[in-house]
Each structure stands twice: as C-alpha cells, then as structure tokens.
Write a protein that binds this ligand. Structure first.
Ligand SMILES: Nc1ncnc2c1ncn2[C@@H]1O[C@H](COP(=O)(O)OP(=O)(O)OP(=O)(O)O)[C@@H](O)[C@H]1O
Ligand SMILES: [Mg+2]
Length: 250
C-alpha cells in the first residue's frame, strides 16, 4: 500500500484558474519525496487537497489506503502538515499550541503534554515553551509548526516550504531532524525552492509545472535527465537545478 496515491487530480479554482491539470503520483511508505516546481505551479494546491483544506475538481486521493472522500477522518489522522504560511495564534503559549492541537485528534492532554515537551526539546524550543509564540523568531515559529504537526504521531509528514527564510545553520539542523524522522519510518513529502536541499534529502522527486507533472522518479533518474549540451548559462547551479530549469522554462 502506498503512503500517498494520487490519480488524475484536477483543480480549477472559482474564477477559472486551472491549478492542477490531471496530476498522478505515488509515494511508497517510508519515502522522502520532494515536490518541486516554480511559483504558482500547483504545489500548495495539491497539498491542500491531500490535507482536506481544498476541494478537488476531479480525481482520486488515498493516504495509506484511506480515500479522502470516503474516509476523510482516517486520512486526516495519518497526516501531519506544516503549511507554507504561518498559521499559529501568536498570542498563545508555545506549549499550548502543541498540546491543543493534540486535542483535535483525540489525544488526551495527559499523554500530549510529555510528548509535546519531548518534541519541543528535540526541536530546540524547550526553553521557550511558556512564551507566547509572538516572542519567537521566524525560524523558531517554523520549528513550532513542525512540533505541532507531529504531536498526534502521524505516519506521514507534509511540509510546504519549511526552510523558507531559515538561516543556513538552522536549515542544516532541520535536514538532520527530518532525516531522523524518516529513519523512524515516517514518510515525508516536502516542497522547497532550494534544489540543493531536495537533492540532498529526497529519494524520489516530482517536478510540476503549470499544474502538470513534467518529470517523476528516483533522484538518480531525475538527475540522469540532465542534458549537458543544453547548458548555456554562465552561472552553474547543481545538477538538479539544471534539470529543473530545462523542464520548467516553458
Ligand atoms: N484560493 C485560491 N483561489 C484562486 N486561485 C488560487 C487559489 N490558491 C491558489 N490559486 C492559484 O492556483 C495556482 C497554483 O497556486 P499554488 O499556491 O498551488 O502554487 P505553488 O506551486 O504552491 O506556488 P509557490 O511556490 O509560489 O508557493 C496559481 O495560479 C494560484 O494563483
Ligand atoms: Mg505554495
């Protein structure tokens, strides 16, 4: 059974924007999967549909076998999500933000509290646990969103640009943290505009452009698409960046 199975997913927003134009992808359990694409490609829309925040126009989505239309609650409990935009109540205390989230999943407070303390310690936020979130830096608030996403012990963690605006050192420590989660068996779907980050972390990649998947496969397969002869620019990035640009410049 796949962690995520998406078939022919379509989304047209009210107003007519065609955000997803028949997307299919599959993620095995335990995978570290990078969904890459330029601004407006449809990444956040896809994540919104998988997490139940956005209604799809057509297609099928299953999360660990739970169909999001027929078993939405089941699908939801499997997923922890770190959204692209900050959506925490900045007046609430750090510990409460994490523990209250557990309540939405029926985790009793007595179990959520020690678990929240452990996760906050792992994410270097333990000292800040009684502070209102507004006193955290931007990078700390991102980590808080990761802590909140993990409190109900999801099998599947979805992160929409978790390292945007995060400094180099913290980014590296986040990579280590996420890799540790996959070693515990948690499946990860990540979007990022830092292609070097994807190249380091991901086992599988899909590149989406204008609502369609333009390449999908293992990192090795995607890197092998690199066409040396097509390179014209003077500034060279990594190989993944070259492939990305070749596939999305249209
Ligand atoms: N709520 C909405 N209503 C109407 N159109 C929307 C809405 N959300 C997104 N769109 C449009 O859908 C398309 C895909 O947007 P989406 O946010 O999924 O892109 P993205 O790949 O996440 O981009 P980015 O890398 O900038 O975050 C864009 O054209 C966007 O303007
Ligand atoms: Mg987005």
């Amino acid at each position: 059974m796949n962690a995520l199975s998406i078939k022919n997913l379509e989304k047209t927003y009210a107003g007519g924007t065609r955000a997803l134009d028949g997307v299919s992808l599959e993620m095995p359990p335990g995978d570290f999967f990078a969904l890459l694409g330029p601004n407006g490609a449809g990444k956040t829309t896809l994540i919104g549909i998988v997490t139940g925040l956005v209604n799809k126009s057509a297609g099928e989505v299953e999360v660990f076998g739970a169909n999001i239309d027929r078993e939405p609650e089941q699908a939801r409990t499997y997923i922890g999500v770190v959204p692209q935009n900050l959506n925490i109540n900045i007046f609430e205390k750090v510990i409460d933000i994490v523990v209250n989230q557990a309540g939405y999943y029926g985790v009793p407070r007595s179990r959520a509290l020690p678990r929240a303390e452990k996760i906050l310690a792992d994410l270097n936020l333990y000292e800040k646990r009684y502070e209102p979130a507004q006193r955290l830096s931007g990078g700390m608030q991102r980590r808080l969103m990761i802590a909140r996403a993990l409190i109900h012990e999801p099998r599947f963690l979805i992160l929409d640009e978790p390292t945007a605006g995060v400094d180099v050192e913290l980014r590296r420590s986040m990579w280590g943290y996420l890799t540790g989660l996959t070693q515990q068996g948690i499946t990860i779907l990540l979007t990022t505009h830092y292609l070097e980050e994807a190249e380091r972390l991901a086992k599988h990649v899909a590149i989406i452009n204008k609502g369609s998947i333009v390449a999908q496969g293992s990192m090795e397969e995607i890197l092998a698409l690199h066409d040396e002869s097509a390179h014209t620019g003077k500034l060279r990035g990594g190989r993944l960046e070259e492939v990305f640009l070749q596939l999305t410049q249209s």
